[in-house]
Design a binder for this molecule. Structure first.
Ligand code: SF4
Length: 317
């Protein structure tokens, strides 16, 4: 028997197919009445063409049903405003809540993934929860299942994580446990002291960079309070934070230089960095933490400058 796996992803409806082509001399182990075990497998639905769809459109998940029950009126999720219609929902940017729908560009459910990929400047968004989702769009969805699919394209895993975070205690992976599993180039993040991790968190998870509410923590810095940022839960450190922690750990291994600055100089430096943050340099990729003008790198330096004078400069343990 030759078995060919074939993945067909039509734009309208993603579906996985298994194509089976029996050849002479095959031995079927499932019994003569159901040689391929198809009837006994509830996921198989043999079509006349011989294609076997491996998945069907799913019903709304418990997560989206809980989400809708929790928000009886209009909903704000990250930078998305969701309004209930008679036959579905209307999604648009929170910045466009006063715009007429006709003035906005309509996107399909599948088009939302492309919308989430790049910001208004055309730069790739490595962190989908960053507060730079484009504006000027609208998307209509028919039901709760489509709403979940659309939100998942904008904020991957966002609804499910918010649903998971409702239990007490929430299923989080704290920093030490998370980096304890890292190998290779990210193992060095284990060497960052708790104070150093706290600086990285403040530089990376700040609401100017990420809209999630952080549930995980490190010794000395608790998770975000319940009224923080948004409903989108962060249950474990993300790749951007891990890269920032790796970078901070490497920097902490460098030789410390004394610059002979006084308190007034520190204020000038901080003001200059804040100014740079409010006018980000074009062309600096958000994920390029090696670039000196990367906003998260600037925030990391600001964190160091904010330290109480007299504290040891190294953040490595
Ligand atoms: S680790 Fe921080 S930056 Fe990353 S998703 Fe969570 S809150 Fe956002």
């Amino acid at each position: 028997m030759s078995i060919r796996w074939k993945t067909l992803i039509p734009k309208s409806q993603p579906m996985l197919y298994l194509k089976i082509k029996p050849t002479r001399g095959d031995t079927f182990l499932q019994g003569a009445s159901d040689p391929l075990g198809i009837r006994s497998n509830p996921f198989h639905d043999l079509t006349s063409a011989g294609d076997i769809p491996m998945s069907k459109p799913l019903p709304p998940s418990p997560a989206i049903l809980w989400f809708l029950e929790r928000h009886p009126g209009s909903i704000v999720f990250g930078q998305v405003r969701i309004e209930r219609l008679e036959n579905g929902f209307c999604l648009r940017s929170t910045a466009d809540k006063d715009q007429s729908v006709g003035s906005l560009r309509e996107y399909s459910v599948t088009g939302m993934r492309e919308l989430a990929q790049f910001n208004a400047a055309g730069d790739f968004r490595p962190l989908k929860s960053a507060p730079d989702l484009r504006v000027g769009w609208v998307c209509f969805v028919e039901d709760a299942r489509q709403l979940e699919e659309t939100l998942d394209r904008l904020y991957p895993g966002g609804v499910v994580d918010a649903w998971a975070a409702r239990v007490k205690p929430p299923p989080v992976t704290h920093y030490r446990e998370f980096v304890g599993r890292q190998t290779g180039m990210y193992r060095v993040a284990q060497q960052l002291s708790d104070a150093g991790v706290a600086e990285v968190i403040r530089a990376t998870c700040d609401s100017r960079h990420c809209l999630k509410r952080r549930f995980w923590k490190v010794e000395g810095l608790a998770g975000d309070p319940s009224d923080a940022t948004s409903d989108i839960a962060c249950l474990e450190p993300c790749a951007v934070l891990l890269e920032c922690a790796r970078r901070a750990a490497r920097l902490a291994q460098e030789e410390c230089i004394s610059m002979g600055l006084v308190e007034g100089d520190r204020a000038v430096l901080m003001a200059a960095l804040e100014q740079t943050l409010s006018h980000p340099a074009p062309g600096v990729r958000a994920g390029d933490l090696g670039h000196p003008l990367n906003p998260r790198r600037i925030c990391l330096v600001l964190e160091k400058l904010r330290r109480t004078p007299g504290l040891p400069p190294s953040t490595a343990s």
